[in-house]
Design a protein around this ligand. Sequence first.
Ligand code: NAP
Length: 508
Amino acid sequence: MTTTDASAAAASTGAAQAVDTAVRAAAASGLERTSRAERAGWLRAIADALEAHRDELVALAHDETHLSEARLTGEVTRTATQLRFFAGVIEEGSYLEAALDSPDASLVPPRPDLRRMLRPIGVVAVFAASNFPFAFSVLGNDTASALAAGDPVVVKAHPGHPELSRRVAAIAREALAAAGGPVDALVLVGSEGGASGMETGVELVRHPLVRAVGFTGSTRGGRALFDLAVSRPDPIPFYGELGSINPVVVTPAAAAEDATGLAEGLAGSFTRDGGQYCTKPGLVFVPAGTGFEAALVAAAGEAPAQRLLTAGMTAAFAAGVGELGARDDVEVLVAGTTDAPGDSASTVVATSAAAFLAAPEAFQTEHFGPLTLVVRYDDAAPGGDLDRALAVLEGSLTGTVRHAAADGAALADDAELVERATAALSRVAGRVLYNGWPTGVAIAWAQHHGGSWPASTASVHTSVGATAIRRFLAPVAYQDAPQQVLPAELRDGNPAGVPRRVDGVLQA
Ligand code: NAP
């Protein structure tokens, strides 16, 4: 063995040991045996602590991510809101899907006493995102929904904000301790024992006590870890929220009515915070020959260049812009410039629907940063080039239809096209929205933040909204069980007071 081999082996062992210590501590925290009321109280205590440290944390996040303090201040509020939201979700109790069937020997086959509900699954590994250092990071949606479910969490810190991750984890653990909660319900790992972050992440996904993984990041990294999770001797679910281009369809009537308003709205959305949103509108179908493009050139040309999260992302963005711009079938409409080295400028490129149809994969690669691709279509009639282009769309988190002017006035001319676009977009996107921009993701019971591959590795689940908790729960049906072994939520008389379906009838 060479010296290099020996130090790599030692680092790998270091990562394995550190991850093992973290996962075993989390597994021993006993969170799954706590009550919904206790966990709701702890989630609120963590939210309060996060907000109490807002100024300190925003300054730290600003240094590490270059995101503006205004944006980060709002993100702290969002993160605290998410934690409190999941406290409310578990108090309400319908997430348990409690169902009871009484025994009936006259049925064929006979029915025993059956009582089913969702239960915590064990330790959840969470890979924090780079682009939301609070809301999709150490205390983000994955962590909040897993803790609410009763699952302890081991977070793999994102290397783009390591100090912030350490501080947020410490504040959360202090808050848990002060509120009498199990401190090890939340444990952080980073680059452990001299190993790389990647080695630490691999050890985490492989650990036998880890029962599920939540991930937000690149398609490549997510795919590698997904493959690892499902090729374990005991495969575990991997919930990856990956790349998304978020197609937008601008109808002819909408472009004719208010091309300038639409273009300004689009420019604001795709350049917001450096275009570093999983919901950035990166592909826009626009009728050819309208004033929309000129208005977009004017609006996007005014957007300031911005520093992206990491040097790696800056380089990847520049490479992607270069590759697109070099294509014969692409016209560069806005090639923003910047005097500040390291900043990335707003970029708009355009192609035709025919070119898009000839190379749909090349035009659906996510470019993480301030870039959008306009696809000009000629024929919005059924079976025209717009329909054909929409038919080859890949999975996305969102799909948008702009069928009315910015003032929201209804445009009846496009009603039939709106129905066709809805059908095409709802085939591939988890959220279809009308006359808005997709970048904001509300925290709500009806929210869905997911979609088909490559937007997500699990198209039936969401990482935002109340049902995000469903990822970290597994059903158990108890048959003819004695009362004392049943969870309170399934006992006679409903002592826990949760909504239940009894003999097929929903009881609030
Ligand atoms: P990333 O490279 O996928 O990394 C995310 C996390 O996964 C990091 O903790 C990383 O660890 C870990 N990881 C990645 N590949 C791994 C592997 N093969 N084995 C073990 N661990 C692995 O994502 P990123 O750093 O946030 O950004 C890179 C690109 O992802 C961006 O340029 C963008 O295209 C995309 N992205 C998309 C979204 C979205 O919401 N759609 C969000 C963020 C990023 P280490 O870095 O420590 O090795």
